[in-house]
Design a protein around this ligand. Sequence first.
Ligand SMILES: [Zn+2]
Length: 496
Amino acid sequence: MSGKQAKKKRKQNRPYSRLEQHARSGTTLTPPWLTLPNLQKTSWINDRLPELLWAVLLATQMERKAALEIFRSVARVGVDYRGIGKIPITLSGIASMPQAARDAIIGAITADPTSRAALKCLTAFKDLPAREAWLARLGVPNSPIDWMPLMSGVARTLHHQSQESTDCQWVSLYFRIASGQFKLPTDELNRQIADYPDFGDQRMVRPSIRANEVTLDNNYRIETGWSGRFWEQCLRETPCQFSLGPSTPASSEAGTTVENVDKLVDCLAKHAGSSLRTTGVDPKHDTIFGTAFYCLGILRELIGFCANGAILARMGLRTVLECYVTLAYLMKKNDEALWRSFRVYGAGQGKLAFLKIDESEELSEHPVYVSVDTLNALANEDQWQEFLPIDVGDWEKSDLRKRSEFAGVKADYDRYYSWTSAYAHGNWGAVRTTVFTTCLNPVHRLHRIPLLHVRQLGAAIPDMIHLVDKILALVDSAYPTFETKLSMGVSEPISN
Ligand SMILES: [Zn+2]
């Protein structure tokens, strides 16, 4: 199969909804699952795994055949207690059963020495539902808990579709059926459960078990708060295990060097000079060349700081994208009034910042990153600031996405805008992927712990080069001829 065919097949079998499959309401895109009426979301890790911990321990600490035999014997106890009501075989469910049923179930679970040894760690949990009944079978703990079997068991069942997890959900379902709480419609389906995993196509049987079990759990669950307290004790009594993030991208992955950028800036400055026709205000010339120099400046700083994999590189990429879209839009419009209004808007922002800072009462609260003199000079450069309006909205009555569509650069907008904006806005997605790592202690259920050093991310500078080259192509289009590109390497300055 060719790479193209494999990609097509992967897309056809994608296990997620495409954007077009989401329902749009205002600014919210809702995936198909969330549009189902009365949908109840359930968590295997948070709630159901701790409730089936006895099964988890047997499924992961015993030889599979032996564990399934115990599960079968436990489910068969249900036959003797038809009529106990909709009670699951979870730890909380077992604790809420009439004493005779509870003792019979716990007796079947702990019937042989191997299962009792595998379950020994249950007794370390002071909040274990019906703890006294379990202690009566397993004995009072007389030494510190051995966390290793528990960690190993939880690690192998954290994913609800693992074989061990499915075995646990099977015994839960089988007990519901045996005790008359749930009926399957055909003999074949009943046999698939009774003879699991030896009858039927397991590719169909396993998902069916999980789907039926979770539905029953949603509808007939018994809550004692055990799951939450289980995870709390695990957190209190076991340490975090750190994982290392991906390694730092090598500087060679940047795709260019500071020296190359400097050479290109030199070429571009010569070209700007040769294409200059007036010392008066020329918004188009200033904006096109200025934007290109601005983006090259960002690129140079990031390469110089070896920031290819840094957070700041994403913010830089976001800015370069916006510069590219803006420039492409202005050039396609090619309206002298628009070039002028873009410039007036920027100067107005300088004036606004100047007035806000100047009017703040506390001198000590003035920022240090910019001087009021700089802002004042900007506000008055083209004209006296008393003639300069301030636009407190966007510089044009549209947004960046619409401008990218008009300019024909929507593909780059889609590729770069959303995720780089996450870094600029400091939203949770960016925070999660940079300053946290996942704890490797299984009984900490994949929680997040802060990294001592911010994670180095993938190389962002090659994407910036891609956009800067497109900006340079716009320069060439507006003021030919400038065919130099960063991606081609810049061997020597071009004389104009
Ligand atoms: Zn942890």
